[in-house]
Design a binder for this molecule. Sequence first.
Ligand code: ZN
Length: 320
Amino acid sequence: MSSFPVTRLRRFRRTSGLRGLVRETRLSLDDFVMPLFVGPEAFANDELPALGRHSVESVVEEADELQRLGVQTVILFGIPAEKDAEGSGAYDDDGVVQHALRALRERRPGMTLLTDVCLCEYTSHGHCGVLHGDDVDNDETLKLLARTAVSHVEAGADAVAPSDMMDGRVAAIRAALDDEGHESTPILAYSAKYASAFYGPFREAAESAPAFGDRRGYQMDPANVREALRECELDLEEGADMLMVKPALPCLDVIRAVREEFDAPLAAYNVSGEYAMLKAAAAKGWMDERQAAVESLTAIKRAGADVVVSYWTKELARWL
Ligand SMILES: [Zn+2]
């Protein structure tokens, strides 16, 4: 390669047309997933609009608007009217996500419906599984996660996304789905889910903060990346069809490492704290939200994510 003055990299930065011609990473709505919260009643969140809550009725209206804007995929989170120690609302055929799935399946048939599979929104103690003393019982929890996944698929989910971080959950869910004749339904595993401080606003929206302790006994230590590769490898061996890294911006190196190691489709979750900190800075007039959001989402794609779950998906549809 010849050097300056023969080579001048600024030549391709001169006009917007020339920059567009050599742009390496582009955002397409096809790759974005909008998270939606469904509970017994709807209420808006003025400061963080994507973290507002829908009723079964309003989630259908929201899906209608998303489809009109070009968003094709949503992931549902449920907040039940009542919580108990076993999180029974998660696998109740009459549960809030199951109701939302049936309504969306019927009225928005073209939409792709993913569901988050976990117990923390449904347990009275807020942990992601059933407790044995003060600890989450891994193997007992697997049965309930598998029941939850089957019940979501029977209500109309196109794919299930376990986010609990129990060991063996992908295999347990795969076996349960296959037993019920759902061998064609994919599993999107939250494979490398870190115990992150960036989940704060979500926990408020989903009312899922643990009543005692924290989730460091099952979610990953943010200091580790080789362990993330082991998690991904195990999930693929257990039958995961897509991997996920969560959160996204603090983990761009993890996304890149997983991308380089595995050929499976890879998702990244641009979490509520990533969304909230930018919204807050924009509200203060410290940053331009649109530019900073598009730059963040581009960075997540550039790091290697095929799919991005983001609270900006709806706004992005208007920006693109
Ligand atoms: Zn959970």
